[in-house]
Design a binder for this molecule. Structure first.
Ligand SMILES: CC(C)(COP(=O)(O)OP(=O)(O)OC[C@H]1O[C@@H](n2cnc3c(N)ncnc32)[C@H](O)[C@@H]1OP(=O)(O)O)[C@@H](O)C(=O)NCCC(=O)NCCS
Length: 196
């Protein structure tokens, strides 16, 4: 069972009853605008939470789908996931989604940063990548703040909600993550919402 604390957040495993809080953002068309899923029906959200709980029993585990809990507000405000799609090559994909009320407060960066650290330090991953629609400026900003490099720009790679989408691919290697950590320790962050 994974349970990770950051300054403002707790990343923990999903519980069955979390579907109600997840549905608060998963039913929001603005939240899923650039995603292959959504806006969700209640059944789809229940299935997502059930799936996240099932994945954690896999041995070896491939999916780390975590609930993002806001400590001060005592609320589930989003989800953040790491999927190991090639265990032999130690490659994983990162994703994150937040309730709209919590956007632009550095929360996705804080949560994703901890999951990336978990991926490299605890799971021994070699490379983590993430993708986003080129119009999803907030998501691309999170990837850059995590220290990821842009590796790809794919044209009309996905047909989502009736239109062809262009996609950015960003990635970070474990060696790059370690170098960034060394630099951060030399220049500690000042703000409370800085990357952990
Ligand atoms: C993408 C998402 C997770 C970002 O979460 P977040 O907590 O707002 O991200 P952060 O606050 O850590 O960083 C976002 C950055 O983008 C910036 N940003 C967001 N929208 C922007 C816009 N339209 N123009 C310019 N900058 C923008 C923010 O100002 C912030 O930058 P800063 O730290 O320099 O101020 C959130 O918007 C979300 O859940 N979106 C819906 C789901 C989704 O698209 N998930 C990603 C799938 S690839």
């Amino acid at each position: 069972m994974v349970n990770i604390q950051t300054n403002r957040l707790i990343l923990r495993e999903f519980e069955d009853e979390d579907w109600v809080s997840v549905h608060e953002y998963a039913k929001d068309a603005e939240v899923s605008k650039y995603m292959e899923w959504g806006p969700n029906t209640e059944k789809e959200t229940r299935n997502f939470v059930k799936g996240a709980r099932t994945f954690r029993r896999d041995d070896p585990r491939r999916h780390y789908e975590m609930a993002i809990m806001h400590k001060e507000d005592k609320k589930l405000v989003g989800g953040c996931g790491l999927t190991i799609f090639d265990a032999g090559m130690r490659q994983a994909a990162l994703g994150y989604t937040l309730h709209r009320e919590y956007w632009n407060k550095g929360i996705a960066t804080e949560a994703a940063s901890c999951l990336v650290r978990y991926g490299f330090e605890e799971l021994g991953l070699h490379r983590i990548h993430a993708t986003c629609d080129v119009l999803n400026i907030g998501s691309a900003a999170v990837m850059k703040k995590l220290g990821m490099r842009q590796e790809g720009h794919f044209l009309e790679e996905r047909l989502i909600k009736g239109s062809w989408r262009n996609t950015f691919l960003y990635a970070i290697l474990s060696s790059e993550w370690r170098a960034k950590e060394v630099l951060k320790n030399l220049n500690p962050p000042q703000r409370s919402d800085e990357v952990q």
